[in-house]
Design a protein around this ligand. Structure first.
Ligand code: SR1
Ligand code: MG
Length: 417
């Protein structure tokens, strides 16, 4: 299975009339929506940087329509191959059996138009926007932790023989277009002069320069670049920020898996925690800060405990993963416990570093987050962002500064002042 390359001649970007005709031409989708196509309500809800997204409501049901564009949606001059919806569809097919209803159901993929249709989540809100509005979803962070634990454990060599695992990871190694974006925007640009970088200037000029020139940061960033590109621990979501999560009162879904790639498990954990840290620094009320800290700890506890429970269950049932093979530890339960603790500590170390890099890139790189827009005063906003950047710098410069997620959350809380 691989995407077309280059773009198929049949590709064109669909407008609302085109979307209506497209959906009417797929019997299963037309039946799901119900009624005559002319009665369907079509709304554009594009919110991310890359794709067109529409919600379509029929008399019976709704669907969500997503189409790759031949460029970055928010920057038409930045040309880009179309294959990202192919990888998002492939990710959903792989991950849905592992995580169930913690993500969306895939309804249709069109390989010529790079159209992906998934179930509509129209009673949900984007977690980032909800948090910015002061909302609280007490179960969301736990659910995201379960999503990461199930998705990464089951696609790792702990769960199945290497033939099965590497066959899957090899498909996603082909997601070079979006992996290049990650390598550039998260792992490289903030640590060099680049025209894509921007920040509140002149207020943040000095901390941005410190991040670019500190030799300890440079060494750590180099090591994390290598870690991201060489540690094929599991199939990652690859862009697990708070804008990739939809929540309702009783439901949490992880969406937008177009950046899926093989990589270190701490990358997904780090991106999610990095975005919760950004939200924490953007919160000025202590209630919001408490909730942000609680979300960080709940996410990590849920991820950590679920991942270990999956591993223990697999070992008890003579699981057939080729790494930390059951046969190796059959008569050495304490050795297995120590190996598991070492493994989780490595994931923790990766998580802290990638969280720091996510905080930094969202404040001085290309793609900023809107969380700080809730602070109208520019000097106050710059002050909060400067504190977050200083934390990111310190975490990278000194790997011993914190070694647990609980300590990371409480250090961040202390530094919000
Ligand atoms: C050009 S894409 C910029 C960012 O948006 C996506 O959501 C990813 O986070 C990417 O880094
Ligand atoms: Mg996205």
């Amino acid at each position: 299975m691989s995407p077309h390359s280059p773009a198929p001649a049949a590709y064109h970007t669909l407008d609302t009339d085109g979307i209506r005709a497209f959906l009417a031409g797929v019997p299963a989708l037309a039946a799901r929506l119900g009624g005559p196509a002319a009665h369907w309500r079509i709304r554009e809800v594009s919110d991310g940087n890359l794709n067109n997204v529409f919600l379509i409501d029929g008399p019976q049901c709704g669907v969500c329509f997503k189409q790759s564009l031949p460029h970055v949606r928010v920057d038409p001059a930045w040309k880009m191959p179309l294959d990202r919806t192919f990888y998002e569809a492939a990710y959903l097919r792989e991950i849905r059996p592992c995580v169930g209803a913690l993500t969306t159901d895939i309804l249709h993929f069109d390989p010529d138009l790079y159209v992906l249709v998934v179930e509509s989540l129209d009673r949900h809100v984007v977690l980032r926007r909800g948090l910015m509005a002061g909302g609280d979803w007490p179960d969301a962070a736990r659910a995201v932790g379960e999503f990461v634990a199930h998705g990464t454990f089951r696609t790792s060599l702990l769960a199945a023989p290497f033939e099965e695992i590497t066959r899957r990871l090899d498909v996603f190694s082909g997601n070079r277009t979006l992996t290049r974006i990650t390598v550039d925007l998260i792992l490289t640009d903030p640590y060099r002069d680049h025209p894509r970088n921007h920040w509140i200037s002149p207020e943040l000029d000095s901390i941005a320069a410190e991040i670019r020139t500190d030799p300890r940061v440079r060494r750590r960033v180099g090591a994390m670049q290598a870690r991201f590109l060489t540690c094929r621990q599991a199939l990652l979501h690859g862009d697990l920020h708070t804008g990739s999560i939809m929540v309702s009162d009783d439901d949490t879904r992880v969406i937008d898996g177009e950046f899926a790639c093989p990589g270190p498990i701490g990358f997904d954990c780090g991106l999610f925690i990095g975005n919760l840290l950004l939200h924490l620094f953007a919160c000025r009320d202590s209630g919001g800060q408490d909730r942000a800290v609680r979300n960080i700890v709940q996410f990590w506890t849920s991820f950590h405990d679920t991942f270990l429970e999956l591993w223990r269950t697999s070992a008890r049932q003579d699981g057939n993963g080729d790494a930390y093979a059951t046969t190796l530890f059959r008569n050495d339960p304490s050795g297995l416990r120590q190996a598991q603790a070492d493994f989780m500590q490595d994931v923790t170390t990766d998580t802290i570093a990638f969280a720091a890099m996510e905080v930094i890139r969202r404040l001085v790189g290309y793609a900023h987050v809107p969380d700080f827009d809730t602070i109208p005063d520019l000097a106050a906003r710059a002050g909060r962002q400067g504190a977050a950047l200083a934390l990111g710098r310190d975490l990278l410069a000194d790997p011993g500064l914190v070694t647990s997620i609980a300590d990371l959350a409480s250090l961040a809380r202390d530094r919000t002042g």
